[in-house]
Design a protein around this ligand. Structure first.
Ligand code: SAH
Length: 218
C-alpha cells in the first residue's frame, strides 16, 4: 500500500474516532469494532477522497457504485455474526472490497460475487495488498448465489434486491443467516434465518443501497 499511508487524515487516531462513533451508534460487537479499527479503509478508495474515508458516509468507488458507510458495514456484520459459528460466508457485491476485508478478518472463508469486472479486480488487489488469502472471488450475478461454496453459514448483500433471490435462501445452511436489503425505492434490511423447519424473517430498519442489478455489466 503506497501513496496514502502518510496522510494525517488517515491516521490511527482518525480510525479510532470512527470506531468511537460506531460505539456511540450502538455497535457493541467487539470483534467488528476491532476489525474496523485495524483495517485501513482509506486504502480502499481513490487517493483524492482518502481523507474522507473515516467519515460516516458512502463514497464513490467508480462505475456508479459506492462503498457503504462504516456504520452500515458495521451493523450488517454485527447482525451476521450474532449467529455463531460463522465459518463460511458469501458476500454479494464486492465493490472495492472493504466489507469483504472486514468479513475475511472475522470468518474463516469468504466467497464474494461482483457483476462489474474492474471493481472485482480492484478489490482483489486491495485484499492481496493486505494479505488476505481466505477469499474466493467470482465475476457473476449475485441473484444466482455461488453454488460451489454452498451451504453458507451467512450471506450478506450490499445491493438491494427487488425480492429475496430464491438461490440465496437455498444456499444457506440450516442455522445460517441471510442479511440483505430488499426493495426498490423504499428499502428495508431483512434478516432471514434458516431453521430445521424452514425460514424466519425479520424486517429491520429502512436503508439505502445501490440496486442489485441483473446480469453482468458490459
Ligand atoms: N461492499 C461494497 C459495496 C459496494 S456497492 C464495498 O464495500 O465497496 C454494491 C456492489 O454490488 C456494487 O459494486 C455493484 O456493482 C454490485 N452489484 C450490484 N448488483 C449485483 C449483482 N446482481 N451481482 C453481483 N454484484 C452486484
Amino acid at each position: 500500500m503506497t501513496g496514502v499511508a502518510g496522510i494525517g487524515m488517515t491516521s490511527d487516531r482518525t480510525r479510532q474516532r470512527m470506531v468511537e462513533m460506531l460505539r456511540h451508534e450502538g455497535i457493541t460487537d467487539e470483534r467488528v469494532l476491532a476489525a474496523m479499527l485495524e483495517l485501513p479503509r482509506h486504502a480502499f478508495v481513490e487517493e483524492g477522497i482518502a481523507s474522507r474515508a473515516y467519515e460516516d458516509t458512502p463514497l464513490p468507488i467508480g462505475h456508479g457504485q459506492t462503498i457503504s458507510s462504516p456504520l452500515i458495514v458495521a451493523s450488517m456484520t454485527q447482525l451476521l455474526l450474532e449467529k455463531t459459528p460463522m465459518a463460511k460466508v458469501l458476500e454479494i457485491g464486492t465493490g472495492c472490497g472493504y466489507q469483504t476485508a472486514v468479513l475475511a478478518r472475522l470468518v474463516k472463508e469468504v466467497y464474494t460475487l461482483e457483476r462489474i469486472a474492474p471493481l472485482m479486480d480492484k478489490a482483489r488487489r486491495h485484499l492481496r495488498d493486505l494479505r488476505f488469502y481466505n477469499v474466493r472471488y467470482k465475476h457473476a450475478d449475485g441473484h444466482a448465489g455461488y453454488a460451489e461454496g454452498a451451504p453458507y453459514d451467512g450471506i450478506l448483500s450490499a445491493a438491494s434486491a427487488s425480492h429475496v433471490p430464491p438461490a440465496l435462501k437455498e444456499q444457506l445452511a440450516v442455522g445460517g443467516r441471510l442479511v440483505l436489503p430488499v426493495g426498490v425505492g423504499e428499502q428495508w434490511l431483512y434478516v432471514i434465518d434458516r431453521t430445521e423447519k424452514g425460514f424466519t424473517e425479520q424486517k429491520r430498519e429502512a436503508v439505502r443501497f445501490v440496486p442489485l442489478l441483473p446480469g453482468l455489466a458490459q
